[in-house]
Design a protein around this ligand. Structure first.
Ligand code: RP5
Length: 168
């Protein structure tokens, strides 16, 4: 199974809301490419990326867009690779429009969708897809979960110690 991920955003204005996705991939040692391409403004580029994605060696696509977000859906209409939408918190509706555009796909052309601005989870979700067949990535994900759990345990101990010191 290929292990490279394609990350596409509808505008470079989305980059600050999306960078957590490739930061996670960096941490997990997963290769990726990042592109700016818009379903509405550069449909030809999106078409070429989507139809060539499997041959280019991508395992999955993260597609982030805001407002009337059609990027993920258009990718899914052009490839059977898994497509994960990240609704961007752009525009007057704060991302609700992009969220609904992402989750309300018509039957037959599915995409997965993270929450509004859910870039980190998108990176973790594609890692989980790769981990089905890649034991090294699975081990790195498990190590990350253990580290996360340890941090919660430390926070719990800190708070309880603080409250105990106050005598509550
Ligand atoms: C969407 O329109 C983009 O994904 C972005 O979230 C939003 C605004 O784009 P810009 O006008 O900032 O380029 O297509």
């Amino acid at each position: 199974m290929p292990s490279k991920i394609l990350i596409v955003m509808g505008s470079d204005s989305d980059a600050p809301s999306l960078e957590a996705a490739w930061q996670v991939l960096d941490e997990l040692g997963i290769p990726y490419d990042v592109r700016v391409a818009s379903a509405h403004r550069t449909p030809g580029v999106v078409h070429a990326l989507a139809t060539g994605a499997r041959e280019a060696g991508y395992a999955a696509i993260i597609a982030a867009a805001g407002i009337a977000a059609h990027l993920a859906g258009v990718f899914a209409s052009l490839t059977t690779l898994p497509v994960i939408a990240v609704p961007m918190p752009a525009g007057t509706l704060g991302g609700m429009d992009a969220l609904l555009s992402s989750v309300q796909m018509p039957p037959g052309v599915p995409i997965a969708s993270m929450g509004i601005g859910g870039a980190k989870n998108a990176g973790l979700f594609v890692a989980a897809i790769l981990a089905v067949t890649d034991g090294a990535i699975a081990e790195r994900l498990e190590a990350q979960r253990r580290a996360m759990a340890a941090k919660v345990g430390e926070a719990d101990a800190r708070l309880r110690a603080k409250l105990a010191a106050k005598g509550t």
